[in-house]
Design a protein around this ligand. Structure first.
Ligand code: ZN
Length: 58
């Protein structure tokens, strides 16, 4: 997956539920064990790729 593609998807508006508890927006990837924000579509798609690496932490 091209990095710019992920950033582009992450910028898309999220239509997810508006939880009061911020932690409910996060899930832990079963493959790489990294927690990710389910509102960031680019990150969600990244963690669905077979054999992917954890994302770089900024
Ligand atoms: Zn992952």
């Amino acid at each position: 997956m091209i990095h710019d593609d992920r950033e582009w998807r992450n910028a898309l508006r999220s239509e997810g539920p508006d939880y009061e508890d911020e932690s409910r927006h996060f899930a832990v990837c079963e493959d790489c064990g990294q927690a990710f924000d389910r509102r960031r579509l680019g990150d969600v798609i990244h963690h669905q790729q077979p054999g992917h690496e954890p994302l770089p932490v900024s």
